[in-house]
Design a protein around this ligand. Structure first.
Ligand code: FAD
Ligand code: DLZ
Ligand code: SF4
Length: 522
């Protein structure tokens, strides 16, 4: 590509809001005398879907802290704040302004975490006739090209095969060529719920006090985004590299040992249970996934955590996290359009506020409103499950997810939401739809004991909406899922219901769908 003007700068290195690692490939070869960094806060990224106030504060605070850290180390950083008068509001427009201002010979960027953003930069650079080098993002352990090679010739792309390959390739928890302990997978040991006495004391994730810079950002977000979902008063996320490392240490020392056993449990008043709350710092690249894996393995080697916990945690980071990114770059942009079950309803309005009589959803959405966080099983088996049973369009569920979670970035939200939780991809990520009735939620949580509905009832005044919609989901998708052997048992149970019961369920489901989807938020 040819540039249109004589350059004043050698490289202009673009650093995005979720690329906050100093060892970033974008900064390799950076020369403080003739290169500069460009970081941009832009309205478009804060508003292309309405976003939780905590999420906005997290990104802007972490970006500003990173700017200061780079400047302290002698980097020249051009930084555009959201409220700067000259701010043109989008990556493309800001890039144009800066290219004309500093006249770089070349733009450098690590591959963004969002296909849309990558396209925006490539197109903008082309328009500006400025050369753009998009570098592989070394934060991730598996490069998209390596994932493509893994996928080549396979009929299915299951996590388990990929994960074992990653363990072997990186020598994690191995004895020779075999897994330590003799098993690759300890999921069977990792499905405990808490008894009637509840979980007792669990040390919550370390809370980080806001410094002056974060307080300033919180003030700005509160003012500018007053109508965005969620509340800001409890903001306590780590926003710097040092805080990210402290958060990892806190998890390893206080929660890792029971991470596996209670991975699937849900309890009122315990948003985090034994989970790490590290997804945000990982996704902002303040924490390296290798560091997290190494710290967990070291805890096992030191006898501080059992194998089922450590393997479970390693599986999430080395396995799931890398796997969903591989799927994203392998399948985009078509992936975003998939809708295997042809679901087309909008997301109900209470999913932004928690105002519902369904206690499980009230608790989980309430947690989102307060913390912009829900753990894996809440996402999959309460929030996602409800949307799938109701028949919400998968991409709409993803948009909702992007707007309510602090840790959502397109590469990780889309395969998890559209694929794993909604079965929109027809079985690329998951081998079957994660369909379940209220009975599953009753088994894994204490939510049902405080609910006006009864998880065992599929019709009548106290019928649990999950249970009603579960049978309706199986009925209406029977043709689409009957070829899937793993659905055989559930479909057989449906067949046991007589036609009168099935009709009553359908009527109740239709009434629910109409009632719940008349009001939407987006
Ligand atoms: P822990 O339970 O402590 O797990 C440790 C780490 O493993 C996480 O921090 C995360 O980095 C990684 N991890 C675990 N499972 C996954 C997974 N399926 N995909 C990718 N990474 C994983 N995670 C996100 O980071 N952003 C998302 O937008 C996101 N959307 C999700 C949507 C749905 C419907 C589901 C079912 C899962 C989603 N996940 C997402 C994965 C997972 O639920 C979260 O990473 C996790 O709940 C974050 O909390 P934690 O840090 O306490 O995780
Ligand atoms: C989520 C987010 C927000 C709210 N704001 C910005 C921003 O102003 N500037 C920026 O560089 N990134 C932001 N992000 C993250 C982006 O939406 C997007 O996820 C990443 O650019 C993908 O790499
Ligand atoms: Fe949720 Fe149904 Fe249980 Fe109520 S009864 S908490 S709606 S699963």
């Amino acid at each position: 590509m040819t540039k249109t003007f004589s350059s004043e700068l050698r490289h202009l290195v673009i650093i995005l809001g979720d690329q906050l690692n100093e060892d970033s490939a974008a900064l390799l070869g950076f020369d403080r005398h003739c290169d500069a960094v460009l970081m941009m806060e832009v309205e478009e990224e804060a508003s292309y879907v309405p976003q939780h106030k905590i999420r906005l504060a997290l990104f802007f605070s972490a970006m500003r802290h990173f700017r200061n850290a780079l400047r302290d180390k002698g980097y020249t950083v051009h930084y555009v704040e959201l409220e700067d008068q000259d701010n043109r509001g989008s990556f493309a427009e800001e890039l144009s302004r800066w290219v004309h201002k500093v006249r770089p010979a070349k733009l450098i960027l690590c591959r963004p975490g969002d296909y849309r953003v990558e396209q925006a930069f490539c197109q903008a650079a082309k328009r500006l006739q400025c050369s753009l080098e998009v570098r592989t993002d070394g934060h991730f352990i598996c490069d998209p090209d390596d994932f493509r090679a893994h996928a080549e010739g396979r009929k299915t792309l299951r996590l388990e095969n990929f994960y074992r390959e990653m363990r072997r390739r990186h020598g994690i928890l191995l004895a020779g060529d075999d897994p330590v302990g003799g098993k690759w997978n300890y999921d069977q040991d990792n499905r405990e719920s808490f008894g009637a006495d509840g979980p007792g004391h669990i040390k919550a994730p370390r809370s980080f006090r806001c410094d002056a810079l974060t307080r300033e950002v919180i003030g700005m977000v509160g003012r500018r985004f007053a109508d965005s979902p969620g509340r800001l008063d409890g903001f306590d996320y780590p926003v710097t590299r040092e805080q990210a490392r402290a958060a990892l240490r806190d998890f390893i020392d206080h929660r890792l040992a029971y991470f596996g056993t209670y991975q699937d449990a849900m309890v009122t008043g315990y948003p985090y249970i034994y989970h790490s709350r590290l997804s945000c710092v990982l996704n902002l690249h303040l924490l390296d996934p290798r560091e997290a894996v190494d710290a967990a393995v070291s805890a096992w080697e030191a006898g501080a955590a059992p194998l089922n916990a450590v393997e479970g945690f390693v599986r999430q980071i080395l396995g799931w996290r890398e796997y969903v990114r591989g799927i994203y770059w392998l399948k985009m942009p078509e992936y975003a359009t998939l809708n295997a079950l042809q679901a087309d309803l909008p997301m109900p309005a209470f999913m932004w506020t928690g105002e519902t009589q369904m206690n499980c959803l009230g608790q989980c959405v309430g947690q989102l409103v307060d913390h912009a966080y829900a753990h894996h099983i809440q996402r999959l088996m309460v929030l996602g499950l409800f949307a799938m049973l109701l028949g919400v369009k998968p991409y709409e569920v993803h948009r909702w997810h992007m707007s309510m979670y602090a840790d959502a970035v397109d590469w990780v939200s889309l395969p998890n939401v559209l694929g794993m939780s909604q079965y929109g991809d027809g079985g690329i990520v998951g081998s079957k739809p994660y369909a379940a009735s209220g009975n599953y939620i009753n088994k894994m949580s204490d939510y049902c004991s405080n609910c006006r509905y009864n998880p065992k009832h599929a019709t009548g005044e106290h019928a649990c909406p999950f249970t009603v919609l579960y049978w309706d989901f199986l009925s209406r998708n029977r043709q689409r899922i009957r070829g899937n052997r793993r659905m055989g048992f559930q479909l057989k149970n449906l067949d046991r219901k007589d036609s009168r019961e099935r009709r009553a369920i359908r009527q109740q489901a239709d009434a629910l769908k109409a009632e719940l989807t008349t009001r939407t938020y987006l």
